[in-house]
Write a protein that binds this ligand. Structure first.
Ligand code: SF4
Length: 349
């Protein structure tokens, strides 16, 4: 198996030592339903001797993906309900998603858009659909921010990215362009001068929201790729998904958030896993998630604290779901300190 080639089939997984021969039939069943891709960088990180390796759990298919629970749905965050034209999701007044491409360098087994991404997914927007998407953005002066997502927009060539940025540069009311991506971690070599140059456009501020879920993903190569972006003036924030068996313990979460901050990536969102089909083995309860978030409060710097978020099913947008540190009763407040001790505010003594 060529270590530089992405793994895309059950046979590739077998060759790479990522699945045992006796599991091949079940993995083939999953592959009929969902896309597979493990980049060389991620394949190299997987410990073949650890049956619970957190990197493998994110990218190597598992038969549990074929178990769909009643609450799961094909469009868990309700993109379609807010899509006025193909490729655009306009859920909040001041920003839109622009989904130019539905291809990713890796396919996460918990993906919230797993019914839309991959070779059988929605593909790349046609030139005509792109024209309509840009016309929509140009025609809505309230749109201050455009978020390129998909799929992973950084799989596009620097030429295509520069074209997109050029078209956004011509729309005055768009000030911020945000790229949601896993590329700096899973294909760090892609972050070169050409690609970085393509993300910049005169009059626009570029943000890169990096998706990573385990501290081991922040390899020296990934950190160097982020440094190239930040040194070029691109602001980076993080987004992670809280995943059972990957990062659902305080030590791992703390190490992940610290790794982001060390890499000059400001922790932003920690998502509660969405109700995507065949992902119940990754979901923990909101109470468990809140307890984990509370445990971070006393343990790591304020710079490292992410916001715990739930995308409300049906397209109703994001809600902050971390436990509140303050309660009101009888005109007084009770505030919880980082050790979990309650205090009255104002103090009663
Ligand atoms: S990179 Fe994002 S869109 Fe692509 S498979 Fe992973 S979660 Fe889904």
């Amino acid at each position: 198996m060529n270590a530089q080639r992405p793994i895309r089939t059950p046979a590739d997984l077998l060759d790479a030592g990522l699945v045992a021969p006796e599991r091949l039939a079940e993995i083939e069943g999953v592959a009929e339903r969902y896309a597979i891709a493990v980049s060389p960088a991620m394949a190299a990180l997987i410990d073949r001797d650890d049956p619970h390796d957190p990197i493998a759990r994110q990218f190597v298919p598992d038969a549990s993906e074929l178990t769909v629970t009643p609450e799961e749905r094909d469009d868990p965050i309700g993109d379609l309900a807010h899509s006025p034209v193909e490729g655009i999701v306009h859920r909040y007044p001041d920003r839109v998603l622009l989904k130019a491409v539905h291809v990713c360098p890796v396919y996460c087994r918990f993906c919230f858009r797993r019914e839309m991404v991959g070779p059988q997914g929605l593909g790349t927007l046609s030139p005509e659909a792109m024209d309509k998407a840009f016309a929509y953005i140009a025609g809505h002066p309230d749109i201050w921010e455009v978020i390129l997502t998909g799929g992973d927009p950084l799989v596009l060539s620097p030429r295509r990215l520069a074209e997109i940025m050029g078209r956004l540069a011509a729309i005055d009311h768009v000030k911020i362009v945000r790229f949601h991506t896993r590329v700096p971690v899973v294909e760090p070599e892609r972050i070169d001068e050409d690609l970085i140059g393509a993300l910049k456009a005169s009059g626009k501020t570029a943000y890169v929201a990096l998706h990573a879920n385990h501290p081991r993903e922040l390899t020296p190569e990934a950190r160097a790729a982020c440094a190239r972006l930040v040194d070029a003036g691109i602001v980076m924030v993080s987004q992670s998904v809280l995943l059972k068996g990957v990062n659902d313990d305080p030590d791992t979460l703390a190490a992940l958030m610290r790794a982001f901050v060390e890499t000059r990536v400001k922790p932003y969102y920690l998502h509660h896993p969405d109700l995507a089909p065949g992902t119940s083995h990754f979901r923990l309860s909101i109470e468990e998630g809140r307890a984990l978030l509370s445990s971070l409060r006393g343990r790591i710097s304020g710079l490292c604290q992410p916001t715990y978020i739930l995308d409300i099913p049906g397209g109703h947008g994001k809600a902050v779901i971390g436990a509140s540190a303050i309660r009101e009763s009888g005109g007084c407040h009770t505030v919880l300190d980082f050790r979990g001790t309650e205090h009255m505010y104002p103090p009663q003594e």
